[in-house]
Every structure is written in C-alpha cells, then in structure tokens.
Design a protein. Structure first.
Length: 265
C-alpha cells in the first residue's frame, strides 16, 4: 500500500547518510553500523545515498538525514579534531538542531563533547554538541557491555563491546543513553552509558553496535525519515529473529562473565 508522506510513497523514499572520517575513525568494525543502516533501509525499499566526509571536506547541513562518526585511537582523534571543529562543527550542530539523526561511537562520541584530554595531557577540542567532556583514565575499560535504555519510553537493552581509556562525564544538557548492567560505560563510576541530545546519540558500544541492536538501528532510521518526510513517516517491521539471537547471545555471555568474576555463577 502506498505509504504517502509529503508526496513520497514507500518506494520513492530516500535517505542520505553522512559517514564522517570513514578511513580515520573506524575501529572494531564501526563501519558496519553504516552497512546495517543501509541494508535496513533497502529492505524497506528506501533508497539510500552514503556521503563520505574526510579531512578538508565541508558539509551542507541540509544534504544528509543521518550522520555516523566511528571510533578511533587518540592519534586519529588528534588528526581529525582540528578539522572537525573548523569545518564540520557548525553544519553538524545545525543539522542536529533541525532534527537530523546522528550516531557516534567512542572516539567520535568523545569529540562531539566539549573536549577529550588524552593520557599525555593533550586537550583535543570537541564541538560541544553533547554537554559532556572526557578525560583519559588510568585503565582501559575492555569487554562486553549490556545496558538498559528507556529511549522512546520503552525499557530495552543494548549490547556491544567497549575498549576505551577515556572517562566521559555528562553535564545537565545531555542525558545518558542508558544505565550499565554489565561493563563500565561512560566512566566506570556513575553507571551511565552514552549521551543523548535531540536525535544525536553517542556511546562506547563497538561491535558494530547496530546489527545486534535492530531496535536502535530502526530508531535512528525513523528519526531520519521523520526529519525528511515529517512526523507521520513510519517504518514497517523486519524479521529480526537472527539479530535478536545475536543480541541475546552477547547479553548472556556478558552476564555469565560478570557472574563468574563476582563468583556468583
Ligand atoms: N582514544 C579513545 C579512548 O581510548 C577512544 C578509543 C576508541 O574509539 N575505541 O578512550
């Protein structure tokens, strides 16, 4: 049935995804998040264009509906930090204020806050999209993560893999994506994981995140569709049995490891 929103039927709907620094900011399979978003759109007949923006590229805030910013080590973060602030900060903020969706992972997430102070004391400026800041910790947090999120008013879990020394703290203008059940999360201290501002999300979950968390992938796609086609834009469900099995497998493995470490298993 034609799914008409603002003149666009399901078969005519298009989305543009912006992939930021794809060659520099891509650790632990983060690029797989873009593949997941593209396929979940295509399975619904939504045409997707992926725009890549690297060093020196300028952005048109109206040219994309969803942006992705992957993780990277301190060295890569230093390499992109100045370019991000000079050339991409304003259009990214403008796009998010206009309702664009955004997903950032670990190093990308850190650079969308106010700053990231590395172990050597270098302070890499962020763009301040998230009211958050990051300082290098004494230890690396490495392992599976399970968190409980009430995004969209529903209690659901997210699973992934973290590997970071940075400890991120949220100010009053940024809400956590969820509460940690297993793992460290933002800083290993306050039980929060990730950050949310409007339809922009940051978190420490590598993996890639989205293939094992289909509900969150669809939340991002729905935000992007509604930004482009209006609040009535809907998204038909997919058969996510395989994705849910992968989700459950990680959650069970993480819980088992936690019990083993606490001796309660
Ligand atoms: N360099 C940052 C840290 O160690 C981010 C690492 C990453 O993106 N996995 O905290």
């Amino acid at each position: 049935m034609a799914d008409r929103q603002n003149g666009a039927t399901a078969g005519e709907r298009k989305l543009a995804i912006l992939h930021l620094y794809p060659s520099l900011m891509n650790v632990y399979g983060d690029r797989g998040n873009v593949f997941s978003l593209v396929r979940r759109c295509q399975w619904r007949g939504i045409e997707v264009e992926v725009l890549e923006a690297g060093l020196g590229d300028r952005l048109d805030p109206r040219a994309f509906d969803l942006a992705f910013f992957g993780g990277g080590q301190d060295h890569e973060q230093s390499a992109v930090g100045d370019d991000l602030v000079r050339l991409k900060a304003e259009p990214l903020r403008e796009a998010v204020e206009a309702g664009a969706a955004l997903l950032s992972i670990c190093g990308g997430y850190q650079l969308l806050g106010r700053f990231f102070r590395t172990r050597t004391g270098e302070e890499i400026p962020g763009i301040g999209l998230f009211d958050a800041w990051t300082v290098a910790g004494q230890r690396r947090h490495i392992g599976n993560v399970v968190l409980r999120s009430s995004l969209g008013g529903e209690e659901r879990t997210l699973v992934g893999f973290e590997n970071h020394s940075g400890k991120t703290y949220l100010g009053p203008g940024c809400q956590p994506l969820g509460r940690v059940v297993v793992g460290a999360g933002n800083n290993g201290e306050d039980g929060a994981e990730g950050g949310v501002y409007r339809n922009a999300f940051g978190c420490y979950l590598h993996g890639p995140l989205l293939p094992k968390n289909p509900w969150f992938a669809d939340h991002l796609i729905r935000c992007a569709l509604q930004r482009r086609y209006g609040p009535e834009a809907s998204l038909p469900a997919l058969d996510d049995r395989l994705e849910e099995l992968a989700h459950a497998a990680i959650a069970q493995r993480a819980q088992k490891l936690r019990h083993q470490r606490s001796g309660a298993w």
